[in-house]
Design a protein around this ligand. Sequence first.
Ligand SMILES: Nc1nc2c(ncn2[C@@H]2O[C@H](COP(=O)(O)OP(=O)(O)OP(=O)(O)O)[C@@H](O)[C@H]2O)c(=O)[nH]1
Ligand SMILES: [Mg+2]
Length: 367
Amino acid sequence: MDLQSYVLENTEIFVSGFVVVSGAFLYLYKQRFQRPLPPSKLEKILEPETQKPEVKAPPKISWSDRLSLGLEKSRSEVWGKIGQLFSGPAPALDEIEEILYTADIPTALVQELLVKLERDGKGKSADEIQSLVFGFMKEKMEQVQGHIHEDVFNFNPANKKTRVFMIVGVNGAGKTTTIGKLATKLKLQGAKVIVGACDTFRAAAVDQLQVWCERAGVDMVRAKDGADPSGVAFDTVAKAFRENYDYCLIDTAGRLHTNANLMDELVKTKRVMAKIDPQAPQEVLLVLDAITGQNALKQAQEFHKALQLTGIIFTKCDGSAKAGSAVGIVDQLRVPITYIGVGETVDDLHLFDLDLYLKTLVGISRA
Ligand SMILES: Nc1nc2c(ncn2[C@@H]2O[C@H](COP(=O)(O)OP(=O)(O)OP(=O)(O)O)[C@@H](O)[C@H]2O)c(=O)[nH]1
Ligand SMILES: [Mg+2]
């Protein structure tokens, strides 16, 4: 057999041999000459995949700035305008009267303020008028506001006792959200907190509260849907005292102040708590939605008559120009505002500070 036919007959062997040998050469070449990339280049190539997207923490807003943002509408549309409208050669009393009415300030209070402006405000600058309005509001609220107990917001570990807060109000006022915010805040201060889900009418209401409690890391007592709310309150308060909880927060179902049966049920819920401790509940807090305006006073009066309120939680001040209606409510009801809410997050709830609230509302320096 000549060489040509030998090659032709063994083509497959030659080709596969060639592939193997050239593959081996290529491998050796790579091992020998291809050095690893310097670290800087490596980082550059890997960067787009390995670098995590930068998560920017939301800027921390102080409470005073949060309050200022929340009261912006009330300040710019109502209270911050009085100085401008009254100062100057032709004080626009009619316009002031109108905007105060649209902000749901009771008639008697509006008239009193107008008299004060006429008596003390003539020839004064816009800023001086604003201070005058501040002084008027402060005078109306100061005495009542002096009755807030600091421990409703600031936990003092040295003060070992179980405090029971019952939260009531009309539908959707913000009761459950407020309890969630408060439970979170108290827990962060180191308090042992338990929450009673006494809104047994709606399973969704209990689930909503449970989400807040889980997030806050606080305990919750819940019963079967439709269970007697008083029974849940009793069990929660009993557990709170037995196991030395610092705070026991009782959520209740929303109801209209005009519904006698439902109001009676609240009275019963309050009464059963006192069977465990005569002091309980130490606080009965009515949640009022600032948007409610004038009608809020009627609500508050009915709840107060039935339950002897110790405080008001004034929510949703961010959504309305009626946040100043607080002055009429406190003045007439003689019950202090304990907390104020200006949004849906935990940081949007705070202990009510009269000076800060009024200065922010009227728009005078907070220095
Ligand atoms: N903008 C704003 N929204 C709030 C504030 N407080 C509560 N809310 C919202 O108001 C809505 C109703 O709040 P809830 O806490 O469910 O009210 P509730 O009183 O428990 O309602 P019921 O149990 O149905 O009677 C929710 O969407 C809350 O996020 C507040 O201060 N500002
Ligand atoms: Mg609720």
